[in-house]
Design a protein around this ligand. Structure first.
Ligand SMILES: N[C@@H](CC=O)C(=O)O
Length: 361
């Protein structure tokens, strides 16, 4: 029997599900054992269920092509085969909350890309370099669910990854006011140019629900634990505008910051390039060696040159300069479906395994 942890992918046929499958091909710790999706796909081979909608740059892994897709709603049947699941299910928020807890109650840990549980007080929402200590609330969540092994853990929205790690690296200078405009790729909406031709040469200044997530979720990352629940931080105040742009992969953020203790530009760059956390300390398989790179050239970061930095798990920052209204401004770039989605969830699962929260059943 394989020593690797056996994994199920819930919502395996969608774009994030596909990204999980391609990331887990040859993963040293995790092996895809089963794939689950809507009743419409159930009973087909994975290759048939995806049809012509495989959206990854690399070919569909041979190991999953002939797997029979299970009905994601048949929780026991899926859970009995695996040690834990990644969730990228496409349902209403209430349905997602319910089904993810149903999986947890079968004693199957759930690592989710969905937003449904991001504000459930005893569900950790983690970027492993920023707040791995939030996994400690799993103990109180297990009490609530009545489980010994099962729980739900989530990762935050893709839009915040180009600036929340940067502001974290600068926390000793006490940023207190932040304005961010995000320029978000179409893959964030699960689309390519083929299935969203309207986006060719176009900009759409609206992404439903995105500004609230972009303003609030960083505060939860910087929150603390009180009585087994996460209490969000109340500073800095963040205001955002989120805009869809004609880019396939890569969310860019143009950000202005005011600090209580205004640093020099050199100090800010030093904090970025030396920033690291638990994944680097533990040498986790998906951890970038250097999480944030600073690019000196005036025309960087650029999506086409920099989005794949550190296999899409690193953040590229540039254009840091003093501002006439705010203290400083900069531009950040991150890969929205790698660091911002499936890759961020895989790194969470690796951290959970390393900390003993996910084990063989
Ligand atoms: N909601 C985002 C996806 C991030 O997870 C987007 O639409 O780009």
């Amino acid at each position: 029997m394989s020593k690797k942890l056996q994994v199920g992918i819930l919502g395996a046929t969608g774009m994030v599900g596909q990204r999980f499958i391609s990331l887990l091909e040859n993963h040293p710790w995790f092996e895809v054992k089963t794939v689950a999706a809507s009743p419409r796909s159930a009973g087909k081979t994975y290759e048939e269920a995806v049809g012509g909608r495989w959206k990854m740059e690399t070919p569909m892994p041979e190991a999953v092509k002939n797997m029979i897709v299970k009905n994601v709603n048949e929780v026991e049947a899926v859970a009995s085969e695996v040690d834990f699941v990644f969730s990228a299910v496409d349902m209403s928020k209430d349905e997602i909350k319910k089904i993810e807890e149903e999986y947890a109650k079968t004693e199957t840990p759930v690592v989710s890309n969905n937003s449904a549980h991001r504000w459930t007080p005893d569900v950790p929402m983690v970027v492993p370099e920023i707040n791995p200590e939030h996994f400690e609330v799993i103990a109180s969540q297990k009490k609530r669910l009545g489980t010994t092994r099962g729980f739900v853990a989530v990762k935050p929205n893709c839009s915040i990854q180009s600036y929340a790690p940067v502001l974290t690296a600068w926390k000793e200078f006490e940023p207190y006011e932040v304005v961010a405009t995000t320029y978000q790729a179409i893959s964030g909406a699960g689309k390519t140019f083929k299935d969203w031709p309207e986006m060719n040469g176009n900009i759409i200044p609206y992404i439903g629900g995105e500004e609230e997530k972009s303003e609030q979720e960083p505060l939860r990352l910087w929150g603390h634990i009180e009585n087994g629940e996460i209490v969000k931080a109340d500073s800095p105040v963040i205001t955002t505008q989120c805009i869809r742009v004609p880019v396939l992969n890569g969310h860019t953020a143009a950000v202005f910051v005011k600090f209580r203790k205004k640093p020099t530009k050199e100090q800010l760059i030093e904090k970025l390039t030396s920033f690291s956390g638990l994944p680097q300390e533990l040498g986790l398989p998906s951890a970038p060696k250097q999480m944030i790179q600073y690019l000196e050239e005036d025309d960087r970061p650029q999506v086409s040159l920099d989005v794949d930095y550190e296999n899409g798990m690193g953040i590229s920052v540039g254009r840091l300069r003093e501002d006439t209204v705010y203290d400083y401004k900069f531009v950040g770039l991150s890969h929205n479906t790698l660091r911002g989605a499936a890759g961020g969830a895989v790194l969470c699962a690796e951290t959970l395994k390393a900390k003993g929260y996910i084990t063989k059943k």
